[in-house]
Write a protein that binds this ligand. Sequence first.
Ligand SMILES: NC(=O)c1ccc[n+]([C@@H]2O[C@H](COP(=O)([O-])OP(=O)(O)OC[C@H]3O[C@@H](n4cnc5c(N)ncnc54)[C@H](O)[C@@H]3O)[C@@H](O)[C@H]2O)c1
Length: 333
Amino acid sequence: MNPIPQHILVTGGAGFIGSHLVEQLLALGAQVTVVDDLSTGDETNLVYAKQMAGDRLQFIRATVSNALVKSNIPRCHEVYHLAAAVGVRLIVERASQSIETNVLETSAAIRWALRDGAKLLVASSSEVYGKGVRVPFMESDDVVFGPTTSSRWSYGYSKALDEFLTLAAVTESNLQAVIVRFFNTVGPRQKGEWGMVLPRFIQAALAGNPLEVHGDGSQQRCFCDVRDVAPALIQLLRSPQCIGRVLNMGSDEMISMRELAERVIRNTGSTSRIQNVSYEQVFGKGFEDLKVRQPSLQRIRDAIGFAPRISLDTTITDIAAVLRGARTEERAA
Ligand SMILES: NC(=O)c1ccc[n+]([C@@H]2O[C@H](COP(=O)([O-])OP(=O)(O)OC[C@H]3O[C@@H](n4cnc5c(N)ncnc54)[C@H](O)[C@@H]3O)[C@@H](O)[C@H]2O)c1
């Protein structure tokens, strides 16, 4: 990898993935500015980064578009745009705010990168594949969304628009950008409150509460540890062959939600039981979910040799240890 450029902007840097990325960047010697409005993030996610950084970390509590016009941030060499409204439950409950955040803030991040002549990484999502049925999902696949009357699809649509905006700037303005479609990313600091399944299961298991599995639990997903993901983001943005491309990011090892709940119970030694709840009960009428969501990792493997190393059992053990307060995240990592 080339030497790390001096000044890097991370939008959404006080969030789950963002805060792990910030630590990686600081460890490489960069100066980092975090812009985060703390809507779902938490400044405590940056405690360890602050210890590492001394005066190399600046935190600005603001939306991306406000920070772009109001703040006096020095020129950035790289922008990692992770700020977004995240989580299916959040999107269903606050659809208009979520759509605006995802589209308008990405537009602001693009303008920021163009103004500074910086490279840009845009966080997209596996939700862009909508309800496509191909296994595994390849970046060149058609996207298939449900009707606009179901707000559940607005997250996928908004992320797809982010991709169109970014790719248009690549073509029209020679923006140096990479788009990353995250599949389920998990690890310490992820919150369960907006529907993220693994922290929700682990919190319930530790409290002895039922683990609520949506539907019959046969739906399959793939989980990748954030500590595998964060360093790969830096590699992607710094690999010339990735510029102007869309890449899947995640693990391709599938597990059903029923098996995941069983694995969490076993791993934590919990006495909790599994309780099936209907999608309708959780998300309202007409909610559609995918049976299988698995990425093809061919492109990212070819590009940077990406291969997740941390097992799901290790991730569960580490998250549980942090939640129990038995050890700090840093030692868990
Ligand atoms: N975690 C996953 O499994 C996953 C899957 C697919 C896509 N993603 C994408 O990865 C990115 C990071 O997600 P995460 O899991 O770390 O979620 P997160 O909620 O922890 O992080 C998002 C951060 O963005 C901040 N934010 C939201 N709106 C903002 C705004 N207008 N201005 C500034 N900051 C704002 C939040 O406060 C939060 O800190 C998001 O773009 C998300 O869509 C994540």
